[in-house]
Ligand binder design. Sequence first.
Ligand SMILES: [Zn+2]
Ligand SMILES: [Zn+2]
Length: 224
Amino acid sequence: MFETREEVLQRVLEMEKPKCPYCSQEMQIWEVPPINFSDGLGWGSPFMFLCVNDDCPLYKEGWDHLMENYAQTASYRCCNSPGSKNFEVMPVFSSQGGMGQLIDNETLLAEEQLKESIKRGFNLLSECYVSKDGPAVLHILMDVTEPIRVRVKAAEMIGDIGELEAIEPIRNLRVGNELLQKELDGAVKKIHKRFYTRECPFCAEIIKRRAKVCKHCGSDVAGK
Ligand SMILES: [Zn+2]
Ligand SMILES: [Zn+2]
């Protein structure tokens, strides 16, 4: 069964945090880095439990051990793959080693807030959809503070309920997100389809699909 990163995180969040077998301290959720440290087999999970206790004997003694035996400034931290009974050690090369991706409360709060604003945005959008409130959907679509997923949804909707007036602001939107841009282009196409219109290839004004001469610039647009 394929799980998205969010689904795995959700599942790991619900688990009881294991205690480090070396120091008995509660381990923390840690997002694995994009690189592997040893056998190239991968981490097995996008999130692991990690002992981040700097007084953990494994970690404290690791520095001396590795220095004496391998002349390496490094140590170990204990990690555990969520759901497994195996505790493994991984090398770290500074006190911050392995700490970069620690899922701390701040990260969790940010994820929580993002989830909340996505939920709020989706609720708002479905209300707009029911009441066929195109301008409100357009407003959400233009709002750069809305999560990208909400704006993508708004773009999808504006194609279904937007008026011709929505085309100009959509065309003028500058977005860096490829998916959103694709939805915007699709929305304009859908609106034109519903109104039997198109844009004049010469002056970009909206004209009837069947028009032979542009009523705005007078260009011959038959078959163009
Ligand atoms: Zn420990
Ligand atoms: Zn024209």
